[in-house]
Design a protein around this ligand. Structure first.
Ligand SMILES: NC(=O)c1ccc[n+]([C@@H]2O[C@H](COP(=O)([O-])OP(=O)(O)OC[C@H]3O[C@@H](n4cnc5c(N)ncnc54)[C@H](OP(=O)(O)O)[C@@H]3O)[C@@H](O)[C@H]2O)c1
Length: 321
């Protein structure tokens, strides 16, 4: 399996990355520390070298701390991405990307991760109260000091924001949400990134687990499971996506893989998509999605997937965020 270059940097990553939000246990149910640590270890053992976390993954930085504990001995062998500019206050996420805040969060993330540099450091989201150029300036300082090896942006919904940021600080990667049914970035942000040689590293490639194809039609939601509030997990949207997954099951059987693997293999094959951030909270989940790096989809299967997407129709992005 070939590593892929992140933007124009000297960082080389696996196209399947481990998304380290579920292990923070805020929206996922039944998360235990022992299983989370084992999941991180399983990701590394399965060949994944790219780990995605953030200052705000966990009310007290649990995700970064666990990465620090599990991967300390492999520090040179892994690419750690973290993010600044969002924190928690009384159970609510707050955007604050003022330069002083970024510098403080960065130092704290270093301590939690037990490292003295971060490979890829993102602005988690633009802060409406802070000019993008000010946030970019703080990240540029970290880059110039060698404290971070590359800078990224996340949740930049407009290309104008990318231009504004890039005018101050070079962008190596952009992190939008994207999956086989939610592809609006293909209209503008993806072409922008390709034109500027910026990597696109996508989140929610499994649509929060729906596209793993394991939630039954009559799934009974745990009251604490945060997903049920989204329209895509309800009513007609739920049924239509299940019809889509039924078609994918037939195609997956042809490739001798699972639906989750088919979906991730399709995602990392899309032009301009450098990596898919696959969230997991159990070792078996990341072991399964990691296998997608090795799956080759032939043109017949790609055609079958295209027909299944056309029959389903794209999902309105607003129904899943
Ligand atoms: N930049 C941002 O603002 C932003 C926002 C969101 C996420 N992210 C990043 O993107 C990553 C991915 O997002 P995500 O973790 O929310 O969602 P995701 O990758 O679309 O889905 C992950 C969930 O799918 C289920 N799953 C995963 N593998 C599975 C398998 N093999 N079989 C069955 N179920 C499986 C698990 O949930 P269950 O077991 O509970 O069903 C898991 O928690 C995050 O971890 C984070 O690193 C970034």
């Amino acid at each position: 399996m070939q590593l892929r270059r992140l933007g124009q940097s000297d960082l080389w990553i696996t196209p399947v990355a481990m998304g380290c939000w579920p292990i923070a246990g805020i929206t996922s149910v039944d998360v235990t520390e022992a299983e989370s640590l084992a999941t991180l270890r399983a990701a590394f053992d399965a060949g994944i070298n790219f780990f995605d976390t953030a200052y705000a993954y966990g009310f007290e930085g649990e995700s970064e701390r666990m990465i620090g504990r599990v991967l300390a001995d492999q520090r040179e062998d892994v690419i750690i991405a973290s993010k600044c500019g969002i924190h928690w206050e009384q159970g609510k996420q707050v955007k604050d990307a003022r330069p002083d805040t970024i510098r403080r969060e960065f130092e704290e993330s270093l301590r939690r991760l037990g490292t003295d540099y971060i490979d890829l450091y993102y602005l988690h989201a633009p802060d409406p109260q802070t000019p993008i150029s000010d946030s970019a300036g703080a990240l540029r300082e970290l880059l110039e000091a060698g404290s971070v090896r590359a800078v990224g942006v996340s949740n930049f919904h407009q290309v104008e924001w990318m231009d504004e940021f890039q005018a101050v600080c070079p962008i190596t990667a952009s992190q939008p949400h994207y999956n086989i049914l939610q592809r609006d970035i293909e209209a503008d942000r993806l072409p922008w990134c390709r034109a500027h040689e910026v990597s696109v590293v996508v989140y929610w490639p499994l649509m929060k687990g729906f596209l793993a194809g394991k939630l039954p039609r009559n799934h009974q939601w745990d009251p604490k499971d945060g997903r049920q509030k989204y329209p895509v997990f309800q009513g007609e949207q739920w049924e239509r996506t299940h019809d889509f997954l039924d078609r994918l099951k037939v195609l997956a059987a042809q490739v001798s893989c699972s639906v989750a693997q088919l979906v991730i293999a399709w995602t990392i094959r899309q032009p301009g998509i450098t990596a898919a951030l696959c969230g997991a909270k159990r070792p078996a989940q990341i072991q399964e999605t990691a296998e997608a790096m090795h799956i080759v989809l032939d043109e017949n299967v790609m055609q079958g997937i295209a027909e299944a997407i056309a029959a389903r129709g794209e999902v309105d992005n607003r129904s899943a965020v």
